[in-house]
Design a protein around this ligand. Structure first.
Ligand code: FMN
Length: 223
């Protein structure tokens, strides 16, 4: 069992986000999982140029580390996305990575995987909504939503033992969900959502542009 965490804090290993993520993954490890933490700050991730080639031709023309990280996602059984709240949302680092995952969103391919999200803030804004945003990103691609941790940092580098325990709990839940092969009705939940229906309309009406998406959706029987 492989569990991958993607951390979008520029504070890297000394940040609260990392500490919570590490606690979660340590717990997974103690239950037999293999784990890896990707610190986005250590990778070359260019901005999305908005050219749309990933949709037309299937692949982004940029040569950086995005494909490497996406490959790790495809190999993992469980995926955790973690970001502090930066001005009411995920960090630019995390958002930039998510933007580059546009083709994964257009051609959902995380079915059979398990998703969790962690966010931490200093008390201003909606930390739960930020964690849910990352969870929804994974869930929309078919991953089973295990849960979130929304934590309150005590100061710039400290999180409470209570929040660390919540992270450990999420780790236990993640391993349990994978072991039990828990499933959710993606067809009922996501495929009926207005976002999915809007995407379907977009792909159907724009099939000459969204060629790869159209082929993929047709093959899946979603059109
Ligand atoms: C640019 C920036 C924007 C921030 N915006 C918010 C915010 O909107 N709400 C909040 O509660 N904390 C905000 N914070 C504080 C961080 O969320 C908080 O310090 C968090 O613990 C950082 O996690 P890290 O140590 O993993 O980077 C901001 C911090 C920075 C540097």
């Amino acid at each position: 069992m492989n569990i991958l965490a993607i951390v979008g804090s520029p504070h890297k290993k000394w940040g609260c986000t990392y500490r919570l993520t590490k606690r979660m993954l340590d717990e997974c490890q103690s239950l037999g999982a293999e784990t890896e933490i990707v610190l986005l700050q250590d990778y070359e991730i260019n901005y999305c140029r908005g050219c749309g080639l990933c949709l037309v031709e299937g692949e982004c023309p940029q040569k950086d580390d995005v494909k490497l990280i996406q490959g790790k996602m495809m190999e993992a059984d469980g995926i955790v996305m973690a970001s502090p709240v930066y001005v009411f949302h995920v960090t630019g680092l995390m958002k930039n990575f998510i933007d580059r995952c546009l083709p994964m969103g257009h051609r959902p391919s995380l079915h059979g995987k398990y998703a969790a999200a962690i966010s931490v803030y200093l008390g201003v804004g909606d930390v739960e909504a930020v964690a849910r945003y990352m969870l929804t990103f994974l869930m929309a691609q078919g991953a089973y939503p295990v849960g979130i941790v929304a934590a309150l940092a005590r100061n710039i580098i400290d999180v409470s033992e209570e929040d660390l325990e919540k992270a450990a709990n999420l780790g236990r839940e993640m391993v349990q969900a994978i072991k039990e092969k828990r499933t959710f009705s993606w067809e009922n939940y996501v495929a009926k959502s207005k976002e999915f229906q809007a995407l379907r309309k977009l792909i159907l009406e724009g099939k000459d542009f969204f060629k790869k998406d159209y082929e993929y959706w047709k093959e899946k029987g979603w059109l």
